[in-house]
Design a protein around this ligand. Structure first.
Ligand code: TXA
Ligand code: MG
Length: 320
């Protein structure tokens, strides 16, 4: 079994030796390597079976480290970083030479973020390099929100799992890029609500479309897919539900429906809060697989605030 624990010195030593360490963040667990060591970075792609065209986010200890990795810090980017770091926000900025091309998939930009988790912040202060880290799941599968999720799929690939408990936010960071006039553009919906960003920037444009969008090459459709087939709550779903070979679950927002086994109903937010739904979503998708469900009928959540990011992930989890 992979070693799991809270030993920051051990994690730091593994990373300095070019090995992979799973790190907790407030969003999801990351699969980390020394971002400045191309060989270590290459092993991230191998471990995840991730295509090399999908760039990695670089994690730094605080805002003062931006200048190491970014050649230019647009004024609005600086404002956003000051307001939301540490936190679930990734900024795409023009990279400096020290950032290997492998990290950025050959692009001239790098994604930067200061994650908000005490263990990982302590780790980042201890090492003298930034950490490249995608979510710590095999490519295409659901992102991990607790140490055991990492162990079950990538346990053999990592040298150590830094166990920071359950991720508080549960959805990946919101990604913001900047256009040629330094105007912010939304590239991925995530754990930081757009309305909070817009309080600082004014109304933002979006560039969320994935497969055809070279600005965010990792935003692939099929990105969060469990083995269990997810379908929308509609007539076809109800017919399928009656088919014999399916072990069928319902994913509901706040309450179970009457007339269906409550044990087979997964409630995202018993308290009605989108924050709760976000933090529970990926764990529930994994639970469906672990419990052998092969069909889940999904009720979307209200499409506002964090709900937009939740519905985005549900939509991607449905694509086959
Ligand atoms: O919350 C998060 O963002 C988590 C934690 C571990 O920090 N990380 C994460 O990484 O979700 P990952 O690899 O699953 O998603 C990274 C995505 C890429 O797929 C791509 O869409 C975008 O970030 N990205 C990274 N660098 C980029 C760049 N230079 N230009 C455009 N998009 C970039
Ligand atoms: Mg990912």
């Amino acid at each position: 079994m992979t070693e799991t624990g809270t030993d920051i010195a051990h994690a730091a030593a593994s990373l300095a030796a070019g090995k992979l360490v799973a790190i907790p963040t407030e969003t999801v667990y990351g699969l980390a390597a020394n971002a400045l060591n191309p060989q270590a970075v290459a092993s991230i792609f191998e471990a995840k079976k991730r295509p090399f065209f999908d760039p990695l986010i670089v994690h730094i200890a605080d805002i003062s480290e931006v200048e190491k990795c970014a050649a230019y810090f647009p004024p609005l980017a600086r404002k956003l970083a000051a307001a939301f770091w540490p936190g679930p926000l990734t900024l795409i900025l023009t990279k400096t030479e020290i950032v290997p091309d492998l990290v950025t998939a050959g692009q001239p930009t790098v994604g930067l973020r200061v994650p908000n988790h005490p263990l990982t912040l302590a780790l980042l202060k201890q090492v003298d390099f930034p950490l490249a880290a995608p979510s710590a799941n095999p490519f295409g599968y659901v992102s991990p929100t607790r140490a055991s999720h990492v162990a079950s799929h990538l346990g053999n690939e990592v040298d150590y799992i830094l166990d920071g408990g359950d991720c508080e936010v549960g959805l990946e960071s919101t990604i913001i890029g900047f256009d040629t006039h330094d105007q912010p553009v939304i590239l991925r919906l995530g754990g930081l609500e757009i309305s909070r960003i817009e309080e600082i920037t004014g109304e933002l444009g979006e560039n969320l479309h994935q497969n055809s969008n070279p600005a965010a090459p990792g935003q692939l459709d099929m990105h969060y897919a469990p083995r269990c087939l997810l379908v929308k709550q509609d007539d076809i779903a109800l017919q399928l539900q009656e088919a014999e070979n399916f072990k069928t679950a319902l994913i509901r927002f706040t309450r179970p429906i009457d007339g269906y086994d409550p044990e087979k109903q997964f409630i995202l937010a018993p308290d009605g809060s989108l924050k709760t739904a976000a933090s529970r979503l990926f764990g529930i998708l994994r639970q469906l697989d672990n419990e052998g469900y092969n069909l889940a009928i999904v009720e979307n959540v209200p499409d506002e605030g964090l709900g937009r990011a939740i519905n985005d992930r549900l939509k991607r989890a449905m694509v086959r």
